[in-house]
Design a protein around this ligand. Structure first.
Ligand code: HEM
Length: 166
């Protein structure tokens, strides 16, 4: 760490540790319980459905990590490293997994001649996915190619605040 960075404000904030543990424990319980339930109940018997809860919860864990890894970063070097981890976890791994998990349930319903969006879970699931894609568009658009999609520089940074807020 350079001398300048040492003089900058510390990155930790009061309450960070507790919030971090709460988030990690919650997502860990969700993933472990879901995977054990599916894997211990003859997953090959339920066809494509088995991929849905498993991949959805795994992607949620990646999203959680991708968000936590930015909490907080305030110095240029840690910001850049955090942004790289954020994009790998969320965009490169989590997003493809949630798209696969959703495709698995949609396909499962289709081959079994079941209607789509017949429950609140299904409807909100598609809504959440749409929101997620908008989030990716706002976040990626404001940093990729220096935010060219939103006019670059300060204009793109102004859009990024909506990505943070959502
Ligand atoms: C991020 C988490 C999740 C999202 C975004 C999500 C999304 C969806 C969507 C969009 C559908 C509707 C498919 C269609 O109608 O074509 C669906 C169906 C379903 N999901 Fe999930 N899901 C998630 C997690 C889970 C989990 C953890 C389970 C645990 C068992 C689960 C069980 C089901 C079941 C049984 C259906 C079929 C019945 C229905 O349409 O409600 N899902 N999900």
């Amino acid at each position: 760490m350079g001398e300048e960075e040492q003089l900058l404000k510390p990155e930790g904030r009061p309450g960070d540790v507790l919030a971090n543990y709460t988030a990690v424990c919650s997502i860990a319980v969700l993933v472990i319980v879901t995977w054990i339930t599916i894997l211990s109940n003859d997953p090959t018997n339920v066809g494509w459905f088995a991929f849905h809860p498993t991949l959805q919860t795994l992607s949620l864990a990646l999203f959680t990590y991708g968000i936590l890894t930015l909490q907080p970063t305030s110095q240029p070097r840690t910001k850049a490293a955090g942004l790289a981890r954020h994009q790998i976890a969320i965009f490169l791994v989590g997003l493809p997994l949630i798209l696969l998990g959703t495709t698995a349930i949609a396909y499962h319903k289709w081959i079994n001649n079941k209607e789509s969006m017949t429950t609140w879970h299904g409807t909100f699931g598609y809504l959440a996915l749409t929101w997620l894609l908008v989030q990716v568009g706002l976040g990626g658009g404001s940093v990729w190619f220096n935010g060219a999609a939103f006019g670059g520089g300060a204009k793109a940074k102004a859009v990024w605040k909506y990505h943070r807020r959502a």
